[in-house]
Design a protein around this ligand. Structure first.
Ligand code: NAD
Ligand code: 0WE
Length: 266
């Protein structure tokens, strides 16, 4: 019997088979969870419906997190199908493309800053707020996806780094707010993975190669590995863990002098 048997979990952020949300859905499905999904816009609808079928689900709802009424409607429609909800997986982020290429101080705009924070961080607490009634008293779990750019500066990640810093703080404040009613809130800080969101990024290939060389495990991580960690965090196996950021990055964040990794050989 899977360790998520009997759990009902909502996953936001499936856009392709490469999406981190798809790795999470596969792991959660394997462990016996019942799943529901959202799609950002009509262009993605048919695809997400088809993927959902593959994970045994016909619960697929629209949700552009920039629209309050879509978040409200999402939980009202979910409540028509499920009397309670055990988990929400927040696997989405966005900054306008012009914010993700160039010198941070030169290129950052008020509009891009606000959009990045709204979609990538505010949406997490907005979902928790509107989903709260359905989740109350079920020892449920919220999980979001972050990146090391929250804590360290790196080229071109720019305002997304600030939005991830906000998201990680959001994890801690939401954990304090929801803990008394039994709900846990955690984040996964994943190493870089080639997904749709990464395909628009200049030199992403180079970053992946560099990252693999600098990482203790000497390779990049996979959406399956993130999926397993998310399934764990959503399960009773993680019943004592809240407000935490769990690194699934092959150990990258724990090292320095990575470029001298071949010293031992010479
Ligand atoms: P992806 O492109 O597969 O997924 C991004 C998702 O965000 C898409 O499903 C898209 O529809 C959704 N989205 C964007 N704006 C939205 C909105 N307004 N409303 C609703 N949904 C919206 O890419 P991914 O890499 O799987 O990204 C998922 C998460 O993982 C993001 O939070 C990202 O920051 C994080 N992450 C990615 C990496 C990486 O290297 N790929 C590393 C660490 C963390
Ligand atoms: O969080 C992310 C990327 C999120 C993202 C991606 C895009 C591309 C398309 C947010 N907004 C947009 N907007 C678009 O128009 N990652 C952790 C992956 C990523 O993105 C980078 C990285 C890494 C790693 C951008 C620059 C440098 C490194």
């Amino acid at each position: 019997m899977g360790f998520l048997t009997g759990k009902r979990i909502l996953i936001l952020g499936v856009a392709s088979k490469l999406s981190i949300a798809s790795g999470i859905a596969s792991a959660m499905h394997r462990e016996g969870a019942e799943l529901a999904f959202t799609y950002q816009n009509e262009k993605l609808k048919d695809r997400v419906v088809k993927f959902a079928e593959g994970w045994g689900s016909d619960l697929v709802f629209p949700c552009d997190v920039q629209e309050d009424n879509q978040i409200t409607d999402l939980f009202s429609r979910l409540g028509d199908n499920w009397e309670g909800l055990d988990g929400i997986v927040h696997c989405l982020a966005f900054a306008p493309a012009n914010e993700l290429h160039g010198n941070y101080v030169d290129i950052t705009t008020r509009e891009g800053f606000l959009t990045a924070h709204e979609i990538s961080s505010y949406s997490f607490v907005a979902l928790a707020q509107k989903g709260r009634k359905l989740m109350e008293g079920r020892n449920g779990s919220l999980v979001t996806l972050s990146y090391l750019g929250a804590l360290r500066s790196l080229p071109n990640y720019n305002v997304m780094g600030l939005a991830k810093a906000s998201l990680e703080s959001n994890v801690r404040y939401m954990a304090s707010s929801l803990g008394p009613e039994g709900t846990r809130v955690n984040g996964i800080s994943a190493g870089p993975i080639k997904t749709l969101a990464a395909s628009g990024i200049k030199s992403f290939r180079k970053m992946l190669d560099h990252n693999a060389k600098q990482t203790p495990l000497r390779r990049n991580i996979t959406i399956e590995e993130v999926g397993n960690a998310a399934a764990f965090l959503a399960s009773e196996l993680a019943s004592g863990i809240s407000g935490e950021i769990l690194y699934v990055d092959g150990g990258f964040n724990t090292t320095a002098m990575g470029s001298l990794n071949d010293l031992e050989a010479s």
